[in-house]
Design a protein around this ligand. Structure first.
Ligand SMILES: Cc1ncc(COP(=O)(O)O)c(C=O)c1O
Length: 390
């Protein structure tokens, strides 16, 4: 399968949608749990999760109940009017992460959360430089794209970056001292890189960044848009590695499909905020907050973190088979290293009704399944892989 089923121009003649997405040849009609049902009657086991969004899977009863309850009560209200659900969801999220990150700014998307995190770092430090990691991805807006590896060469579009950015290798803690200096406002890092290939940046690197930020006064931002909210088998990757950043950004699985994102910040940062430093219309809407609260509640009450850890270990032990030579990543953000191009393996799996993702690394097949996935589902994946030539 070629991911792009037709050229953008041919498609554009038939569609009213902007032709900016390469699409897989499956038209989804509905989903339940970890299963996708296509319009032509196929039942597909989903290891992609709507690009890391469907943490609870499709149609989870608690998620549906929260959606219905809140929509009957109040669908939307501005941040100018206080609401209990907004406050309660913020308390729940900050308790979930711990690490002293107990102030939440609700926003709509991962890129916006990163945009605001960077803005706060500039404002509070009075500096004008950011350090990011090679192969990192942080979103497509002006600031988030500016700190995304390779964006300028590929799709950035803005005439120039709005601030200075330098990139440092993701696997070399000894270069951190030179990369981060007293002009650095922030370091932004995905503790487990998603688009970069389900790659664990690792504790030594994260610790080196923390230490250097402490020495220089730069702020450490963990972009956990993809790796956060339970995906690594811990509440956040910051918990998994025991390294506390100054800010965390979260989105994707936080809403399980309802758009919601959050910027979590330390008390020290929150204490310096002034009215109008940030703002949003939709962020902090009661639907988004009720859903985020229900997602965290479900992860905790159904022991999904333990399930992620257990089934992740099972994937590691049973899926080095067929074209897969190694497994990297953490929890349910896993990269299967493939001897053949990952795109070919992805296509062969899809022919067997299993959907997996790819990444910027042409030899990494990316798995981002729902936290309710079980070992029986993994057996189906390993059986399918075994039938694909190396
Ligand atoms: C690590 C990371 N940060 C930020 C983003 C951007 O999030 P959004 O698409 O919600 O703006 C993504 C999206 O894939 C991501 O993976």
């Amino acid at each position: 399968m070629n991911a792009i089923t037709a050229t953008a121009t041919t498609q554009a003649l038939k569609s009213h949608l902007a032709q900016v997405f390469a699409q897989y040849p499956v038209e989804v009609a509905h989903g339940d749990g970890v299963w996708l049902h296509s319009r032509d009657g196929r039942k597909i086991l989903d290891f992609y999760g709507g690009h890391a969004v469907a943490g609870l899977g499709y149609g989870h009863p608690r998620w549906l109940a929260a959606l219905e309850r809140q929509s009957r009560q109040m669908t939307f209200q501005t941040n100018a009017l206080p609401m209990v659900v907004r406050e309660r969801a913020a308390a729940r999220l900050s308790k979930f992460v711990g690490l002293g990150l107990d102030t939440v700014f609700w926003i709509n998307s991962g890129a916006e959360a990163n945009e605001n995190a960077l803005k706060l770092a500039f404002k509070l430090t009075g500096r004008d430089k950011v350090v990011a990691l090679e192969q990192g991805f942080h979103g497509r807006t002006a600031a988030a794209g500016a700190v995304t590896w390779g964006a300028l060469e590929k799709w950035y579009g803005f005439p120039r970056r709005p601030f200075d950015v330098s990139f440092t290798p993701r696997d070399n803690p000894s270069l951190v001292e030179k990369a981060v200096d007293r002009d650095t406002a922030a370091v932004i890092v995905e503790p487990v890189q998603g688009v970069g290939g389900a790659y664990e940046v690792g504790k030594p690197m994260l610790q080196a960044l923390r230490q250097r930020c402490d020495e220089t006064g730069a702020m450490l931002i963990f972009d956990e848009v993809q790796c956060g909210v339970g995906r690594t088998g811990a509440p956040f990757a910051a918990n998994l590695y025991g390294v506390a950043p100054d800010m965390i950004t979260a989105a994707k699985a936080l809403g399980n499909g309802f758009p919601v994102a959050a910027l979590l910040m330390s008390r020290r940062i929150a204490g310096q905020l002034k009215y109008d430093d940030m703002g949003t219309t939709f962020g902090g809407g009661p639907m988004a907050c009720a859903i985020a609260e229900a997602v965290i509640d479900t992860i905790e009450s159904e022991s999904l973190l333990a399930n992620v850890r257990q089934v992740s270990a099972y994937i590691r032990s049973s899926c080095i088979i067929g074209p897969v030579t190694a497994v990297q990543g953490a929890g349910f953000l896993l990269g299967l290293k493939t001897s053949r191009p990952a795109k070919e393996v992805q296509a062969a799996l899809l022919a067997k009704n299993i959907l997996a993702g790819t990444s910027a690394d042409p030899h990494i097949l990316r798995l981002l399944p729902a936290y309710i996935l079980n070992e029986g589902h993994v057996d189906q994946l390993s059986d399918a892989l075994a039938q694909i030539s190396a």
